[in-house]
Design a protein around this ligand. Structure first.
Ligand code: FPP
Length: 250
C-alpha cells in the first residue's frame, strides 16, 4: 500500500506514547549486498533518520533505539570501533536537524564504558537539545535490561544502607524509580526487524505489557511506511492488561 494511505489509517488519538525498536539485520543486509558489515550500519543511519522523522511527525512522545548492547562489545574490534565512530559522526551531523525538529536526545545504558569521544558527542547532544519538547529520542548504548535492573537494585541498596529507605518500602514503584527510564512511560510497542523474535536483554522490566511486533525487513531498509504498518498492527490489537474484553472502555 502507498505510504500516504497507510499514514491515513493511523488513529493519531491512539498512538503509542513510547515506541522501542531493536534495530537488527544490518550485518545480514550488508552480506546480501556483498559488502562488509559496517556498510550495513552506515545504511542503518538512514533508517534511524526516517524512523525518527516519522515518529515525530505522527506525535509519538518517546522513541527508544537499541543502538549498542552490553553484549555487542564481543564483536570484532574493528566493527565495534567503526560503530562508535559512526555514532559520533551521526550525532555531530544530525544535531542541527534534531534542534530544528524540536527533538530532545537522551541516552540510557552504562555510558561510563563508552570511548571518550563517543561519550562526549553524546553528552554534548543531550545538553544541546535538552529544552526541545516535541519528541524524546532515546539511544540505548551499552545497555542491557539485566544491567538496568542490577544498577537499580544497587541504588536501592545504597538508600537502605544510608537509612533513607526501609527494606519493606521497596516495591515496584521504588524499583521503577531507579531504572534508567525513570522519567519515561513504558513502551507500549516494541518493534524488532530482521525476522528475529527475541527481546535480547532489552528493556526487560519496561516491556512487561508491550505489544511485540516482528518484521522480516532488515534495519537498513526500514522506512516510514514500515513504522506506519507496525503502528496500524498495534492499533488493531486489543490491549487487555489481564482483564477480559467486556471490562475494557475504549
Ligand atoms: C544490529 O544489526 C545493529 C546494531 C548492533 C547497531 C545499530 C546501529 C546503527 C543503526 C547505527 C547508528 C545508530 C544511531 C542511533 C546513530 P546486526 O549487526 O546485529 O545485524 P545482523 O544480525 O544481521 O548481524
Amino acid at each position: 500500500m502507498e505510504k500516504k494511505d497507510l499514514k491515513s489509517q493511523i488513529n493519531t488519538k491512539k498512538l503509542p506514547e513510547h515506541i522501542a525498536i531493536i534495530m537488527d539485520g544490518n550485518g545480514r543486509w550488508a552480506k546480501e549486498h556483498g559488502k562488509p558489515r559496517v556498510f550495513g550500519h552506515r545504511n542503518g543511519v538512514t533508517a534511524v533518520r526516517e524512523t525518527t522523522e516519522a515518529a515525530a511527525e505522527l506525535g509519538v512522545s518517546y522513541l527508544t533505539l537499541y543502538a549498542f548492547s552490553t553484549e555487542n562489545w564481543s564483536r570484532p574490534k574493528m566493527e565495534v570501533s567503526a560503530l562508535m565512530r559512526l555514532l559520533v559522526d551521526t550525532l555531530v551531523k544530525e544535531l542541527d536537524t534534531l534542534n530544528k525538529n524540536n527533538i530532545r536526545l537522551k541516552a540510557i545504558g552504562d555510558l561510563s564504558k563508552l570511548p571518550d569521544r563517543t561519550r562526549k558527542a553524546l553528552l554534548d547532544g543531550i545538553e544541546n537539545t535538552k529544552d526541545n519538547e516535541r519528541m524524546t529520542l532515546v539511544l540505548a548504548l551499552n545497555y542491557s535490561g539485566k544491567w538496568d535492573l542490577a544498577q537499580a537494585a544497587q541504588k536501592l541498596g545504597e538508600e537502605v544502607a544510608a537509612g533513607r529507605l526501609a527494606p519493606e518500602d521497596i516495591d515496584q514503584e521504588a524499583l521503577a524509580g531507579q531504572l534508567s527510564t525513570k522519567d519515561m512511560p513504558d513502551p507500549e510497542l516494541l518493534i524488532r526487524t530482521s525476522g528475529e523474535a527475541r527481546i535480547s536483554n532489552f528493556l526487560l522490566w519496561q516491556l512487561a505489557y508491550a505489544e511485540l511486533y516482528f518484521t522480516p525487513v532488515f534495519w537498513p531498509e526500514f522506512r516510514k511506511a514500515h513504522l506506519y504498518e507496525a503502528i496500524i498492527d498495534y492499533q488493531n490489537r486489543e490491549r487487555r492488561f489481564g482483564k477480559i474484553s467486556e471490562q475494557l472502555v475504549s
